[in-house]
Design a protein. Structure first.
Lengths: 747, 177
């Protein structure tokens, strides 16, 4: 392997030698059956249970096949508490993952052919041999701890087992430090418990839902969208704080078009109003909370008038909305959001959210936050895993002590050698996460990759990250494989089975199989005392009184709650899992670590003239960058557009649909252009685009060059000192009207 | 019997699930659709309103597409559902041009295609695929002649409008406002 220079290899057309592929052709139109004579569902006995892998709400559903035995459609499971029988567009369009003809089709190994690096098609045996040998080599040379796993998908759990058996606990997912991490750390510091997924928010029964930058409806986390709709039906008040007129904002009684990056000021003013008007839940605060007097003193000067100067929200609007929240309490939710890594003080912002919920007594109350439960399945027995001598924390002792999961960007940083550090990562296993589009500051990600001795990428699609791998392994899609059962929390505990609806297409394989083979080749057989996944699942299910046979028939099994009540009882004595045993308005954990024990507003940089804050978000039809090539979902949206306020468009003389390139504050210019959408729905100081487009990998034929990648423009990263989250909303862009990439030669 | 659908614009988030569910249920080829989303923004920042509509064939009681079809392929079925008999359709496109709602498209197999209210499901007592899948439950379907149907009940309770009523087509797709 060439370790000094890792060329980006485009997967198309580089295969030599060969494995014959027999790709069944997909017949979209299902013959000439008249549409009004299509057979109904009950005509097909051949349905198999699954849970969705297109996002991480993991809705359970049924996969139906047509008369030819091809996958036809996926329908939500009626008994599933995550989806209540209704999948979202991505889940419904999950069939496109299976039928995408651009899928990775066979293992690939980076080799030098005629002096050039190329991907060469390989047999599974050969490819896995290379992976096993290289990982073992890194282990011998540097210790097993210098291998890290990045994963964002159900199959990653098997790779996690492998890595632990190998001797490393450096298992990370971008869902922590690039997403929900700050909220988990903030709620843990306040209530002694995390939010987790699906969020324990009782939207169904709320009277007042406050969304801060959270765009439910565009963000299609299914259960929440369903419950927000129920709440609208029941006449709940929705308050949305967003510089953009989001879909949720359009459903709201109050839309607060806040100046970006000033949310903490608004939250402090709300806290001020609720305390000084005595609108808080006095009994609750007195009984359960710690540090009220300190908080009262802390927010003394944070009046709505003070916040007006910062947020551009009128004082009477701040007062009125505070009053609405208080009137509805405790059935009020100040929603903790999900993707909350914005400005580097995110844990503190989420602390303010947690405090506000505590003051209104909504934690543990109907219409606020319920107590979720899950049914855990015991792991298949194995000898105790070796104890690693080092963890990721040893790379930066004392940093991010309050992080409760491995910080992905810290692994990336610790892969770039520095003289003062003896722990550098040397090998990465990357499963189901396109790190090039996931981690901000691509320059750093690429530098880290160049310093690796070995990288294996396991994915269904030729995502950008595969181009930098030494070995690429094609996993099959969720519709073609078993995984561990879903055991995530909800109001009532449940488990859901995923089983293959059909054989894996092409020469792809399920993750459990890949890991089991690797374990053998790496000499880790004794940790995997099973040969087939069905054996594991059946054993696990039998421990909770079910079986694989039963689950294949029912798909979802619900269990009774261990604790009857989802809410606190009247006057119930509760010991919270914090240092003081109370809800900590004043955080002793943060204080001990040298951080502000109560949230403080600090101003953030504003755009220079001619620059606009780059905001990004979700479209209901897509998940991150992973769906951008899905044929069913690109049919709904195949490129992102740049939302520009008409005033800005006029200044720049931009026309609707005009293509522009973007240049950020660090001089980074977008690879591709993006079409301008002139809309009143965005503030004049910001632009907005949907994340996940602008793919530069040509093998993604439907998505290559469509739109702009927000990630490549996010080079200013404001790291949260508390938990390592990557604040990504401090980037500013300006327009480049002419193609900046055209060649100009003077002679 | 008079089948109709109501769309709650106050709940619809425009996620397009109805579009994908229709495509997979009815094997609509990629690149075409029988239903679609319209978002209308009105006002100036920050005084804004947004109406989101899931649209499809209006199954008009006075349907220009049925009137102009030279072969009788376009016809009214039970309950007023407007259908196309594919093997009678010559693909002339008159119906496509006549529809004020632009609800029809030329199917690559050579006939005019559009929403059927999922009659194949309705006949079996099921709801249309779009209604069944909608995460916001913003679609209501049923028989207007039955006062207890979902659609009758919601139209009794709520304010509604139809699209382009001036075309005189008597559309049966109602938008709750």
């Amino acid at each position: 392997m060439n370790q000094t220079r890792r060329e980006f290899l485009k997967i198309s057309g580089l295969g030599i030698g060969g494995v014959a592929l027999t790709a069944p052709l997909f017949n979209w139109s299902n013959g000439a059956i008249a549409s009004d004579q299509n057979p109904a569902e009950e005509d097909f006995v051949n349905r198999t249970p699954t849970y969705c892998e297109v996002c991480f709400w993991k809705c359970a559903g049924w996969v139906y096949k047509n008369e030819e035995g091809n996958i036809w459609k996926i329908i939500g499971h009626d008994e599933d508490p995550h989806c209540n029988g209704r999948l979202c567009p991505r889940g419904t369009g999950g069939v496109g993952m299976y039928y995408d003809e651009d899928r990775l089709k066979t293992p690939l190994i980076r080799k030098i052919v005629d002096g050039k690096q190329q991907f060469v098609e390989a047999s599974w045996d050969e490819a896995l041999e290379v992976v096993a040998n290289n990982l073992n080599k890194v282990k011998e040379k540097y210790g097993p701890e210098c291998t890290a796993l990045f994963t964002h998908g159900s199959g990653g759990k098997f790779f996690g087992d492998l890595l632990r058996a190998f001797g490393s606990e450096n298992i990370t997912a971008p869902s922590f430090a690039q997403c929900r991490g700050p909220r988990e750390v903030a709620f843990l510091a306040t209530f002694g418990e995390i939010i987790a997924s699906p969020e324990r928010v009782d939207i169904r029964d709320t009277k007042c839902l406050v969304l801060i930058g959270s765009h439910i409806g565009e963000n299609m986390h299914n259960g929440q969208v369903q419950e927000m709709s129920d709440a609208i039906d029941k006449g709940a008040t929705i308050i949305t704080v967003d510089p953009r007129f989001s879909t949720a904002a359009s459903k709201s009684k109050h839309w607060l078009p806040i100046k970006p990056a000033t949310d903490i000021a608004l939250l402090l003013a709300w806290i001020h109003e609720i305390i000084y008007n005595e609108w808080y839940d006095k009994k609750y605060v007195e009984k359960y909370c710690y540090g009220f007097e300190e908080l009262r003193e802390h927010v003394k000067n944070f009046t709505p008038e003070w916040a007006y100067g910062i947020t551009a929200l009128k004082p009477h609007v701040i007062r009125e909305t505070a009053k609405e929240m208080a009137n509805a309490s405790p059935a009020t939710i100040i929603h903790p959001g999900r993707h909350v890594t914005w400005y580097g003080d995110d844990t503190q912002r989420l602390r303010a959210v947690a405090i506000l919920n505590a003051l209104l007594g909504s934690w543990g109350r109907r219409g606020g936050f319920y107590s979720p439960e899950k049914k855990s399945l015991p792991g298949f027995p194995h000898p105790e895993y070796p104890k690693p001598k080092k963890t990721w924390r040893d790379a930066h002792p004392g940093k991010y002590n309050l992080a409760i999961e491995v910080v992905s960007n810290d692994i990336c940083d610790s892969t770039i050698p520095t003289p003062d550090r003896d722990c550098n990562f040397k090998a990465w296993i990357v499963n189901g996460t396109n790190l090039i589009f996931t981690l901000p500051d691509q320059r750093k990600t690429l530098e880290a990759i160049q310093n690796l001795e070995f990288m294996v990428v396991i994915d269904t699609m030729p995502m950008e990250i595969t181009g930098y791998a030494d070995v690429v392994l094609p996993e099959c899609t969720y519709l073609e494989r078993y995984d561990y059962c879903r055991t995530d929390q909800n109001r009532e505990p449940s488990i859901a089975l995923r089983m293959p609806a059909t054989e894996p297409k092409y020469n792809s394989k399920p993750d459990w199989w890949i890991v089991r083979q690797l374990a053998s080749k790496m000499g880790l057989d004794n940790y995997f005392q099973w040969t087939d996944i069905e054996q594991v699942l059946d054993w696990q299910l039998k421990q909770v009184g079910s079986s694989l046979e039963e689950m294949k028939k029912i798909g979802v099994k619900k269990f009774p709650r261990a604790y009857d009540d989802m809410y606190f009882g009247e006057g119930e004595e509760i010991e919270f899992n914090t240092n003081t045993g109370k809800i900590e308005l004043y955080s002793t954990d943060l204080e001990a670590e040298g951080f502000d024990p109560m949230p403080v507003y600090t101003p953030h940089k504003e755009p220079d003239p001619g620059y606009y804050r780059l905001n990004y978000g979700r479209n209901p039809a897509h998940t991150f960058s992973r769906t951008a090539n899905n044929p069913n979902l690109t049919d709904l949206l195949d490129e992102n557009t740049l939302w520009v306020n008409p005033i800005v468009a006029k200044e720049w003389d931009l026309k609707r649909g005009q293509k522009v390139w973007l240049e950020n504050q660090d001089g980074i210019v977008s690879t591709f252009s993006i079409k301008v959408r002139i809309t009143e729905r965005i503030r004049h100081d910001s632009v907005y685009m949907v994340h996940g487009f602008g793919h530069a990998e040509k093998r993604l034929t439907r998505s290559y060059g469509k739109g702009v990648s927000d990630t490549e423009l996010i080079t200013n990263v404001m790291t949260d000192p508390i938990m390592g989250g990557t604040g990504m909303r401090g980037n500013f862009v300006t327009f480049r009207i002419d193609n900046p990439h055209k060649e100009e030669v003077a002679s | 019997m008079r089948y109709a659908m109501a769309v709650d614009t106050k709940k619809c988030v425009g996620c397009s699930d109805c579009v994908v569910a229709c495509q997979t249920e009815n094997n609509v080829p990629i690149g075409y659709c029988r239903d679609w989303i319209v978002e209308v923004t009105d006002g100036t920042y920050p005084q804004l309103e947004l109406e989101i509509r899931s649209e499809r064939c209006n199954h008009c009681a006075n349907a220009p597409c049925v009137r102009c079809c030279p072969t009788g392929a376009s016809h009214y079925a039970d309950g007023g559902i407007v259908l196309v008999t594919e093997d009678m359709c010559i693909g002339c496109g008159a119906c496509i041009a006549s529809c004020p709602y632009d609800a029809r498209y030329p199917h690559p197999d050579g006939y005019a295609d559009k929403c059927t209210f999922c009659i194949h499901r309705v006949e079996k007592g099921q709801k249309p695929a779009c209604v069944e899948v909608c995460p916001t439950k913003c679609l209501y379907f049923g028989d207007l002649d039955d006062p207890n149907s979902d659609v009758s009940k919601v139209l009794k309770k709520r304010k509604y409008k139809t699209l382009i009523p001036e075309a005189g087509t008597k559309p049966q797709l109602y938008f709750l406002i």
